[in-house]
Design a protein around this ligand. Structure first.
Ligand code: PMP
Length: 363
């Protein structure tokens, strides 16, 4: 390609062009220091200023109450699948235990990993429905002695998204928001913990955001690795080890960009408009289909199938040639997937819809 494409990858994913340009502009000489931001000490006053501002902007964007700590860690969502039980399961009334709502591959991974650290109880699953929906709240079999309830707010692979934060009473709700953080307003006070890798809706991979209610700190199992012990990290400004400084700097640029767009409320409107365009195209077509229950269709990861699967290869080849890239669905489910995070402009979705309609006419 001799230009920027529309990149529908699930993550690492497309980033706002503006932030990439700024990073390029200041790559060799950042803030007049004569070096790039990734070549200076994480404890320097220059980097610490960026770090503080990044946390401050995230707190503003998500309206995170003071009673919540923001940690910037490493190891991704997969790391947190181990860290969460190690930090929280000890709060179980009768020993380490947590409830899991399994709505797809990511919550299933969280559920399985937690089994290493205590009792992981499957409170509800939509596996029998092939992960095309969220089990109705009335059918959840929550335990009375669980330390927390785990959900994946947006299943990146299946394309299933919770429409609201479920009510789980006084038990802390833990939500994996890796693929929908900052995409819509979330009332942080309804959660005990929110966690996300940055590489979908924020910036490059390498930094993992954990937002945790302060009273949930300090209950870790003795075996917890120090780098994933939330209380220790909170006491050390998430700098128990060298943080991913470049990823944090890029996340900071992305937060500034989002503030300029009008914040989460404004981007949520655009995200809804983008998703509506694409689902409308799919629903009106006789070639494409989406299999997710309408209420739980993801606004971030739009999955669809060609009813004639023999056309898959041609669809992928032609879309790629048209500069619409990375539409192949995850191998676990097949079909197609268009990830349309905050940084995907509506023009990208319009171009995709136009291509899909044209492809169908020609098919
Ligand atoms: N949870 C969800 C919902 C995800 O989409 C992903 C990554 N695709 C993960 C967890 C794992 O994140 P990481 O690769 O950062 O460990």
């Amino acid at each position: 390609f001799d230009r920027r494409i529309f990149n529908f990858a699930a993550g690492p994913a497309t980033l706002p062009e503006e932030t990439l340009r700024q990073a390029a502009d200041e790559m060799l000489n950042w803030h007049g220091l004569g070096s790039s931001v990734m070549e200076i000490s994480h404890r320097s006053k220059e980097f610490m200023a960026v770090y503080e501002e990044t946390l401050h902007d995230l707190r503003t964007l998500m309206n995170i109450p003071n009673g919540y700590e923001i940690l910037l860690l490493q190891g991704g969502g997969i790391g947190q699948n181990a860290a969460i039980p190690m930090n929280l399961m000890g709060l179980g009334k009768n020993g380490p235990k947590a409830d899991f709502i399994v709505t797809g591959i990511w919550s299933e991974k969280s559920f399985k990993e937690a089994q290493k650290y205590g009792v992981a109880h499957l409170a509800a699953s939509s596996e029998a429905e092939k992960f095309t929906t969220v089990p109705p709240r009335s059918a959840w079999n929550l335990s009375s002695d669980a330390a927390y309830v785990h959900i994946c707010a947006n299943e990146t692979i299946g394309g299933v998204e919770f429409d609201h934060a479920p009510d789980v009473g006084n038990v802390p709700l833990v939500a994996d928001v890796s693929s929908n953080i900052l995409s819509k307003e979330m009332d942080v006070s309804q959660y005990g913990v929110l966690f996300a890798g940055a590489q979908k809706n924020i910036g490059p991979s390498g930094v993992t955001i954990v937002i945790v209610r302060k009273d949930l700190l300090g209950h870790s199992m003795p075996i917890t690795p120090s780098v994933w012990d939330w209380a220790k990290e909170a006491a050390n400004q998430s700098m128990l080890n060298t943080p991913p400084t470049f990823a944090i700097y890029m996340a900071g640029l992305s937060f500034k960009w989002l503030l300029k767009q009008g914040g989460v409320k404004a981007i949520a409107k655009q995200n809804q408009a983008k998703a509506d365009l694409l689902y409308e195209c799919i629903d009106q077509s006789s070639l494409y289909e989406n299999r997710i229950a309408k209420l739980y269709r993801s606004r971030m990861n739009v999955t669809f199938f060609l009813k004639d699967e023999a056309l898959n290869a041609e669809f992928l080849a032609q879309s790629h040639a048209a500069g619409l890239v990375a539409l192949r669905g995850h191998k676990a489910v097949g079909g197609m997937r268009a990830s349309i995070y905050n940084a995907m402009p509506i023009e990208g979705v319009k171009a995709l819809v136009e291509f899909m309609r044209d492809f169908e006419r020609r098919a």
